[in-house]
Design a protein around this ligand. Structure first.
Ligand SMILES: *[C@@H]1O[C@H](CO)[C@@H](O)[C@H](O)[C@H]1NC(C)=O
Ligand SMILES: *[C@@H]1O[C@H](CO)[C@@H](O)[C@H](O)[C@H]1NC(C)=O
Length: 269
């Protein structure tokens, strides 16, 4: 039985790969706590299930050919939670990232994945930070990238970038491009194509505000994060591809640039 499901999955990935595939997908992994409550699990088990779910999704994403996957692993706001939960989350994050080097034994797609920590590193406890930086250094030559936003908020990132540009270029003009180059995300990061948030909340919670400003599709799913799986993700990718194909086809027919399509549709008589 398992064999058949595995076969169908491989087949689904193969077919989907023949269509347009985003280069960069990000997840706001919301719903671990609610999942734990709903299933009468301990909070730590909710986060554990969430991590398992993420590993499977990463495998699917990299097999589809997605180059960068980004997750909102830990918001700076999370430091306001109970110290017990903060410590549980930090330890889980470190252990899971340490284990990433072994994952290729189960999921071959992980053999080419590099980890990047995106966020305000001065907020990470020293022992955890040195572990994380070792993991980053070990995987620096990878082909695919796993961006772990931690501890991150978009406004902190923008503040950091503006600060860096302002101090380094007293005489030069500050431009959108120079700010973008100084973000926590490395300049080689592709533009964000698809942002997915689970658990029904329709807000961005200070995540990648700068990056999702242009040509980014934002998807909200009612599923709790540990329940968001292969099927939901594949549907999101196929929908994204369909929208992109339609958009470029329409722009071709109308002879206008894609970015002006919504306007020309909604304002025509
Ligand atoms: C990063 O964290 C430090 C220490 O908590 C804080 O002082 C700083 O304002 C934060 N943000 C930036 C952009 O450096
Ligand atoms: C958005 O996508 C369209 C079509 O793919 C492209 O022509 C346009 O340059 C993109 N805009 C930006 C700001 O990347």
């Amino acid at each position: 039985m398992y064999y058949i499901f595995g076969f169908l999955r491989d087949y689904g990935i193969k077919i989907t790969k023949s269509g347009p595939i985003p280069k960069h997908v990000a997840f706001i992994m919301d719903g671990n706590r609610r999942f734990a409550k709903k299933n009468q699990l301990k909070l730590a088990n909710g986060h554990e299930e969430g991590a398992e779910s993420l590993i499977k999704l990463l495998d699917t994403a990299y097999r589809l050919g997605i180059e960068h996957v980004t997750v909102y692993a830990f918001s700076i706001e999370n430091f306001k939670r109970s110290s017990h939960e903060v410590n549980t989350l930090l330890a889980l994050l470190r252990d899971k990232l340490k284990g990433i080097g072994e994952l290729h034994k189960v999921y071959p797609s992980f053999s080419k994945v590099g980890v990047r920590i995106i966020g305000n590193r001065s907020m990470i406890p020293h022992d955890i930070l040195s572990d994380l930086e070792r993991i980053e250094a070990d995987t620096v030559n990878a082909v695919r990238v796993f961006n772990v936003c931690f501890p991150y908020t978009s406004r902190d990132e923008i503040a950091h970038a503006i600060g860096a540009v302002a101090t380094s270029s007293m005489t030069e003009l500050i431009t959108a491009q120079s700010i973008e180059n100084a973000m926590y995300f490395a300049p080689d990061t592709p533009k964000l194509d698809l942002l997915i948030r689970t658990s029904g909340h329709q807000r961005l919670s200070d995540f990648m505000l700068w990056q999702c400003s242009t040509n980014c599709t934002i998807e909200f799913s009612d599923r709790l994060w540990p329940e968001y799986g292969y099927r939901e993700f594949m549907c999101a990718i196929i929908r994204w591809g369909y929208e992109r194909t339609n958009a470029s086809e329409m722009s071709y027919r109308l002879g206008v640039s894609t970015s002006s399509i919504p306007k020309s549709i909604f304002h025509s008589k």
